[in-house]
Write a protein that binds this ligand. Structure first.
Ligand SMILES: [Ca+2]
Ligand SMILES: [Ca+2]
Length: 247
C-alpha cells in the first residue's frame, strides 16, 4: 500500500460568481509534473493537464486532462515511463482546440490531441531502448519561431540524463539540445553538449544537415554552464540561422 501514492488535486474558488470547488483523485501514481491550464473542450473554462508515474514503471495514468469546470477526467493516456514534464499547448490539428506537448523519461516527447487525448506523434515510437540511440529524458519543451515554413512554431527541447550511470562515473553520454518539427515530431536540428569546464564555453556541437527547406540551418547559441543532466542549467540565448558553408 505504501506504493499506492495518491494524487490529489484541489482547486478552489475558481469563480467568485459560482463559488465552485472541486477535487480530482487519481490512484497509484505520484507526480512531479506541474499542472498546466488550457481550455480543451471549448467551454471557455481552462482545463488542467498534468503527467504522473514512477521512474522506470509504465502506467495507465501517464497523462491526464481534467475538466476545469468540475474536475471530471476529460481523457487520460498510458505512458511507458514516468511523465514528469509540464504541458505546453499549441493547435496543430487546426480544429480550434490546442493540442498538448508533453515530455518524460524514456525519450517521451509526445504530441497529443487536446480534444480527445489521441496520440498525434511520439518522437521515439520504437519498441526499443532509446538509450541505445543516445536518448534519455526529455525536459520541458518550448516553442520557437517557425523553422519549417509551415506557419507553426516549432519545438526546442533538451534530452539527456542517464540516471542508470553510477554517480562516480564521469564518463557520461552527452546531452542533446534539439529542434523538432511541431507538426510531426521530425528532428530538424540537434546539438550535442558535454559538460563545460567553465561558463559560456560550448565544447563541441553538431547540427544535422539539410533540415530547413530554405537551405538555411538553425544554429543554437548557448551560454552558461552545461549541466550534467543535459542542459538543465543552460540558458538558451538566441537562435540564429547560418548558411550551410558556415557549419
Ligand atoms: Ca474547458
Ligand atoms: Ca487541436
Amino acid at each position: 500500500m505504501f506504493k499506492s501514492i495518491l494524487l490529489l488535486l484541489v482547486f478552489s474558488a475558481t469563480t467568485l460568481v459560482l463559488g465552485q470547488n472541486w477535487q480530482a483523485f487519481t490512484d497509484s501514481i505520484p507526480t512531479l509534473s506541474s499542472a498546466r491550464a488550457c481550455d480543451l473542450n471549448n467551454d471557455g473554462i481552462k482545463d488542467i493537464v498534468l503527467g504522473g508515474g514512477t521512474d522506470g514503471v509504465a502506467s495507465n495514468n501517464g497523462i491526464m486532462a481534467y475538466n476545469g469546470l468540475n474536475g471530471n477526467l476529460l481523457w487520460k493516456r498510458a505512458a511507458r515511463n514516468e511523465v514528469f514534464g509540464s504541458a505546453v499547448f499549441m493547435d496543430i490539428t487546426n480544429d480550434g482546440i490546442k493540442d498538448v506537448f508533453m515530455v518524460g523519461r524514456q525519450a517521451q516527447l509526445l504530441a497529443i490531441n487536446g480534444a480527445n487525448g489521441n496520440l498525434l506523434w511520439d518522437y521515439f515510437p520504437y519498441n526499443t531502448n532509446p538509450a541505445d540511440s543516445g536518448l534519455y529524458n526529455f525536459y520541458n519543451p518550448q516553442f520557437i519561431a517557425d523553422v519549417t515554413g509551415d506557419g507553426l512554431q516549432d519545438i526546442l527541447v533538451a534530452n539527456g540524463g542517464d540516471h542508470a550511470a553510477p554517480v562516480w562515473d564521469t564518463t557520461r553520454p552527452p546531452g542533446h539540445l534539439m529542434v523538432v518539427n511541431s507538426l510531426n515530431g521530425q528532428l530538424l536540428a540537434r546539438l550535442w553538449c558535454r559538460i563545460a569546464p567553465r561558463p559560456t564555453v560550448l565544447l563541441w556541437w553538431q547540427i544535422s544537415k539539410g533540415m530547413a527547406p530554405n537551405g538555411f540551418c538553425t544554429a543554437l547559441a548557448v551560454k552558461h554552464s552545461v549541466a550534467t543532466f543535459g542542459l538543465a542549467s543552460s540558458r538558451i540565448c538566441s537562435t540564429t540561422r547560418l548558411r550551410p558553408p558556415f557549419l
